[in-house]
Design a protein around this ligand. Sequence first.
Ligand SMILES: [Zn+2]
Length: 401
Amino acid sequence: MIRDPRGQGRRLLLSQIRKSGKIARVDLARNTGISQATVTAITAELIREGLIEETERVMDGRDVRRGRPRVDLKLRGDSHRVAGIKVADSSLSVVVLDFEGRLLAEHLVQIDRRAYGTAEIVSQVQRALSEAAGIAGLRASDISGVGIGLAGFMDADNGIAHWSPSLTDRNVPLRDILQESLNIPVFLDNDVNLVAMAELYFGQGRNIDDFIVVTIESGVGAGIVIGGQLYRGARGYGGEFGHVKVQLDGALCRCGQRGCLEAYVADYALLREASVSTRFVETEQNAQRIHKLIDAARNGDATARTIIERAGRMFALGLANLVNMFDPELIIMSGERMQFDFLYAEEVMDSIAEQTVHSDMRPPEVVIHKWGDMMWAKGAAAFAIDGVAELAMEGMDGNAA
Ligand SMILES: [Zn+2]
């Protein structure tokens, strides 16, 4: 699609308004370098379209002395409701947000299998979505867009799930299939990219241009933000941090290759190693088994300790490679598995520092963000907010032409 300057201006201003929360027109012009006259014209269009609204700034003493009430612009929350869904190992997490990102409902649906066929996953998503909409006092048809995140190889541009541990089928045009059955625009992406979106929209990356989110769940991933934009790579496979090789001819990864970081750090890898020496009860969930393994390591079990320490060393090696490659300002380690503090123990951090290119500059800051599945779902919803806004603006582009 050819983007006219007007269209680009709309996108830039809308994203600036979103980032700022509330912002005056004069500051929009200053921050974006767009002339005040154009800001006035474009924001008028966005107000007509219902995407943004004016809000009077609460006055403090200084503003009163200036004598004129200041008017800010903000996203119009009521203009759209969106949903975000994260498909995980044993659950679907759903959030419903308004266009401003305010939480209207959250809903967790337990599922009984690790992987489903396409038709089954579609009906699971359908059910979870209408239940979540119900909690928000809405019908599913009131939702303007649904973002959905799965682990694995997703082609976000074309909406294709090439491979996912949650799907038994490969190369599924999942976005279009879901869109048809839900009758709502659907936006599909790799779940890790959605966490990066959540950090960019609502979290610690809100005012940072270059950062990397590393997630450790059942797999390991990285969402890369460069210049305030999510980087997906040419084929949409960028950020497959879990499949960075840390050992030549190493352990077998579930992707079929050897020596991947995931094959040492992910829960299935830890449990595979541990099952040789530790007796797990058949009915235990993986999370319980992992806890048992970590407890054993803490209590001095030599095998458990070896497994955990090796995971930590491999993780440090992977992170050092990321830092050497991208030089991010910030690394956010995010996800449920971050409760397992062995992955960011002091030795791991030291090991990262030892393996990154030395300079007199400070190494990037590493922060831990322990957010659960609802965070991933919020990221999916952020992706939907983006997608819904884009559809609205494409409509405006069409009208202008
Ligand atoms: Zn792999």
